[in-house]
Design a protein. Structure first.
Lengths: 194, 787
């Protein structure tokens, strides 16, 4: 990209973003293009209906939650740096890096990925996934195909399995532990964002 | 010939081993005698035949003695010998595991080859000609399909699909590289390294290339045999194994190509181009044939609800037909078989009964196990038998070249592949992949198929192939286990998938699909999501019977888990006496009169405490005993099981009490009704009615009995009646006067509806799986149907 230096000027805090998220400048440019194509009215920020215009998200059972995740609490707009920061969670983790001090802070680290997923469950942000929240997720995913009892049983069972301190809710640590066998690094990575 | 070995404990093992050895010797001697007598017997029969004819002609009322004991081996010869071989293979398998520590050091495949060598040696030693057991037809049509079907049916789809690109590159490019490298260099060595008059220099380039293509294919049988014992992590396993399966297409094409060329003698560019096209035809055609038959099988299984007994047969037949049909057109039979098994599995499993599923699983495992054993034994025998032509140069160069080619191939390809992979392959991984490239019986059979007229150097080839096979299986097979330990390669994790993992996997799938949508990038998840939608919308409706088609995967998984847990509980808690004096809390909820208006579900926290476990065990145990009374009549068309051969006397007593309590309950009012899911909740229906129509005749009379809708569907099944009985009975013994009032439980509890339902499901499903001794560590089943 020959004009990278000039285009980078279009992106405020480009260097800072790159450091914090680990994206390269080429990536930032790609994301900038995408951001601008999503921003139909060219306002410089995204609002909820911009996201909802994406057909795929509308069909997605948890589409609403994903959209919400982009908006920090109270705000109605998403600017470019928030957009990038959220998407940075889905960068493939670079396993071969040495354990520098900054490694943990990269959004793409395993813990941060899990934290992001956790927050999608935990809508009221109280740090725990309560039974009701789990039920909501299950209802969204399974829709009308199952009865309430079956949902309850499944939620019951899930909490029983994961809940170690018996407070009838799943905290972040318990969440992490229940997924320790899963390869989160692969599952929560989009190769486009490498 | 008695063939019962009993082994218990260490001394028992040695004793068992001794018995097995005796049996094997007996069998070996019978075998040699059989082989010997088969040659001698024919003249005798012919002679006596003619003698009898003349006799009959001359004397009508003959005074010849009636043969009380006659020896006629000829009629039985072929089946008898086949059975002897299979018996030998099975006894060997038994024997190995009885010898302490042996199976840890030496992989089974090596031992079996040694046994084959011994048997071949014995047969040769007695002067007989060794039968050509590894006949290509036998191998390709009888011995190989069960192994491949077993592999394909239980193929873990998700890791396979996720790594499909890598696997394909290894299979196609890797095999091509190996073939040309080995073939080319071998030709060079033959031409340059030896004098022009030696036999080696007469081997043409095409023949060398053909040899290269035969020897370069990684063999699924050998890989399975060795990798099974080292329990390596899933990724590496699927990579090597997937490669061994998919390279069949390449091998088939190359083999026919070079055979054709060697016959005709002229190579044109057009033919080369056609060869490339034919590769795609072979591979894709094979897959297509497999998919077609898989869909047919799935569709057929939709209608088998009334003839459960032959369900497994459909699975086997369709798969075998897929294999044979592919072979008709020279397409890749292995790929057809894999495709058929993988496609049919999710739909068939949704349709068939649990017993059929178990049957399929065990038959496949049994056949593939026997096949594998036989293949290795035959390899040993064929080594002794086969015409050999040992040529030091050729053989050693081949072995070295194979190793070198494999290493270079893997390293080079990994370098390229890692650019596209999210999870890179480390050096350790590469080493294991390279080291796990074992050759096996397929190579030998392909070599055996070569015709002597076209290939005068066939014996040299065969000897070299056998040497390579021996080398890889013995040296690499034996050392891979300690190497895995040494390099601390990640082992296979205990595949107990928890419901949490399942939920989160689906959740993350949706999440990733959404993110991909936002990025505007149509990646992996997007297509997977599309495929899932298509599957749910159209395909499942066609191929899955009735209500099951709407059941989402998560529910199916959940039910499976519950069932497994139920089985485990019963197995572990089998010694519980019943009925105990502890009032069960479940019945407490139901029998104690409560205000009909139950408040909206206020689920308290049910915990799987010890008490509840006890209860579940008790329930299950009692109901197991109960089913025994029903399973009295037996006929071949209804599979009913009677697993526990305990005393039946107490059953009569219980039966009487049961009727008493039923009567009493009919007088009581409706209490708590657990809101039941729609009556024909598919899994419930299937659970109750599917496998034993006889055992589960619904009693219409008891429809009104309120009870313990521990049975979730409205029509009352005898099971729930029984459930009540026990509790009723338990309490009757204590508090006869108070009727069925029970003491409040020690802990305050609200309605534990979910757990009741669990128990109901447990016990109901348990009925279906009574005959199943319990699948042990079946990771295959834990995998979700469709990713």
């Amino acid at each position: 990209m020959g004009s990278s230096s000039s285009s980078r000027n279009k992106i405020p805090n480009a260097q800072e973003l790159m450091d914090q998220t680990g994206f390269s400048s080429a990536h930032l440019l790609r994301l900038r293009d995408r951001f601008e194509s999503l921003d139909r009215n060219n306002r410089g920020y995204l609002s909820r209906d911009d996201f909802e215009a994406l057909g795929g998200l509308a069909m997605n059972p948890i589409g609403g939650r994903i959209i919400e995740a982009f908006f920090s609490s109270g705000q109605d707009t998403v600017d470019f740096s928030s957009f990038v920061r959220i998407l940075a969670h889905f960068r493939p983790t670079d396993r071969n890096r040495n354990k520098e001090g900054t490694q943990q802070e990269l959004p793409s680290s395993r813990t941060r990925k899990l934290k992001f997923a956790f927050q999608l469950y935990d809508l009221d942000r109280d740090g725990k996934i309560s039974r009701e929240e789990l039920l909501q997720v299950l209802r969204a995913m399974l829709g009308l195909q199952v009865t309430e009892e079956q949902l309850q049983s499944i939620a019951e069972r899930a909490i029983q399995e994961a809940d170690l301190d018996k407070d009838d809710a799943i905290s972040f640590d318990e969440f992490k532990k229940s997924l320790e066998k899963m390869d989160i690094d692969t599952k929560m990575s989009v190769s486009f964002l490498k | 010939m008695p063939s019962r070995t009993v082994s218990h404990g260490a001394s028992g093992r040695l004793r068992g081993l001794f018995l097995v050895m005796v049996l094997v010797f007996l069998e070996g001697s019978v075998f040699t005698v059989a082989v010997a007598s088969s040659d001698q017997h024919s003249p005798i029969t012919a002679h006596s035949g003619s003698h009898k004819a003349t006799d009959h002609g001359s004397h009508n009322n003959t005074g010849k003695a009636f043969p009380v004991l006659d020896l006629n081996y000829e009629n039985v010869r072929v089946p008898f010998e086949i059975s002897l071989w299979v018996l030998l293979a099975s006894l060997m398998k038994l024997g190995f595991h009885l010898v302490p520590h042996l199976s840890n050091i030496v992989p089974e495949s090596c031992l079996l080859i040694v046994v084959g060598l011994l048997v071949g040696g014995i047969i040769r030693g007695t002067g007989e000609t060794v039968p050509p057991v590894l006949d290509s037809k036998l191998f390709f049509y009888i011995l190989l399909p069960p192994i491949i079907l077993d592999a394909g049916y239980f193929l873990p789809i998700r890791p396979f699909m996720e790594n499909l690109g890598t696997i394909l590159i290894f299979a196609v490019v890797g095999t091509l590289w190996n073939a040309f490298f080995v073939g080319g260099l071998l030709y060079g060595v033959c031409q340059i390294g030896t004098e022009s008059s030696s036999i080696l220099s007469r081997i043409g380039l095409l023949q060398c290339l053909l040899f290269g293509s035969i020897i370069s294919a990684v063999d699924p049988v050998a890989v399975l045999a060795v990798f099974e014992e080292i329990h390596i992590n899933e990724l590496l396993h699927i990579l090597v194994f997937g490669e061994s399966l998919l390279n069949d297409a390449v091998t088939v094409v190359l083999y026919h190509l070079f055979e054709e060329f060697s016959g005709i003698g002229s190579v044109t560019l057009l033919k080369g181009f056609l060869g490339v096209i034919s590769f795609f035809v072979v591979a894709l055609g094979g897959v297509l044939v497999g998919v077609l038959y898989g869909i047919l099988a799935a569709f057929t299984s939709r209608f088998t609800s009334h003839t459960r007994v032959i369900e497994p047969l459909f699975v086997f037949l369709y798969s075998y037909m897929a294999y044979l049909s592919a072979e008709i057109f020279h397409l890749s039979g292995i790929m057809a078989l894999i495709a058929c098994g993988a496609v049919m599995r999710p739909y068939v499993e949704a349709n068939i009964s649990h017993k059929s599923h178990t049957t399929i699983k065990y038959f496949l495992k049994m056949w593939s196990s026997v096949s594998e054993t036989l293949i290795f034994i035959f390899l040993g025998v064929a080594t002794v038998a086969g015409p050999h032509d040992w040529n030091w140069t050729f053989v050693t160069v081949t072995v070295i070249l194979c190793l070198v080619a494999r290493v270079i191939g893997v390293v080079g390809l990994t370098f390229i592949i890692n650019k596209f992979r999210i999870v890179k392959l480390t050096t350790k991984d590469q080493f294991i992949i390279a080291y796990g490239g074992l050759r096996g019986a397929i190579a030998f059979s392909l070599g055996f198929l070569l015709k002597k007229e076209h290939f005068p150097e066939r014996e040299i080839f065969l000897t070299a192939i056998i040497t390579v096979i021996f080398f890889t299986v013995f040296v690499q097979g034996m050392t891979i286990k300690p190497l895995v330990e040494l390099l601390a390669v990640k082992k296979k994790q205990e595949a107990k998938r928890s419901i949490n993992e399942e939920i989160h996997t689906q959740f993350l799938d949706h999440l990733l699909t959404g993110i991909e949508d936002i990025c505007g990038h149509y990646g992996h998840h997007h297509w997977k999501d599309k495929l899932n939608r298509f599957n749910k919308k159209y395909v499942k409706k066609c191929l899955i019977a009735g209500e099951r088609s709407k059941e989402p995967q998560l529910i199916a998984f959940y039910h499976k888990m519950e069932m497994k847990q139920a089985i485990q509980l019963v197995e572990s808690g089998g010694g519980i006496k019943m009925p105990s004096a502890v009032p069960s809390t479940v019945s407490m909820q139901n029998i104690q009169p409560r205000p009909p208006t139950k408040p909206a579900p206020e689920r308290a926290i049910p915990q799987l405490s010890k008490n509840k476990e006890e209860e579940i065990r008790k329930i299950l145990r009692t109901n197991l005993q109960r089913t025994r009374q029903r399973l009295r009549s037996y006929n071949r068309h209804t599979l009913v099981a009677d697993p526990y051969e305990d005393g039946l006397s107490d059953l009569f007593l219980k039966k009487q009490k049961m009727f008493q309590i039923e009567k009493k309950l009919k007088e009581m009012n409706t209490y708590l009704t657990v809101p039941a899911p729609p009556p024909d909740s598919p899994t419930m229906c299937r659970a109750r009615l599917a496998s034993d129509p006889q055992a589960y005749s619904i009693k219409p009379a008891s429809n009104k009995v309120p009870m313990i809708q521990v049975d979730l569907a409205s029509p009352q099944s005898p099971d729930s009646v029984n459930l009540l009985d026990e509790f009723g009975q338990a309490n009757q013994q204590e508090e006869e006067e108070q009727g069925l009032m029970m003491k409040p439980p020690s802990r305050p509890r609200e309605a534990k509806k979910p757990s009741e339902e669990d128990e109901a499901k447990d016990q109901q499903r348990l009925m279906r799986c009574l005959s199943d001794p319990g699948p042990s560590a079946d990771e295959d089943e834990d995998g979700a149907f469709l990713p």
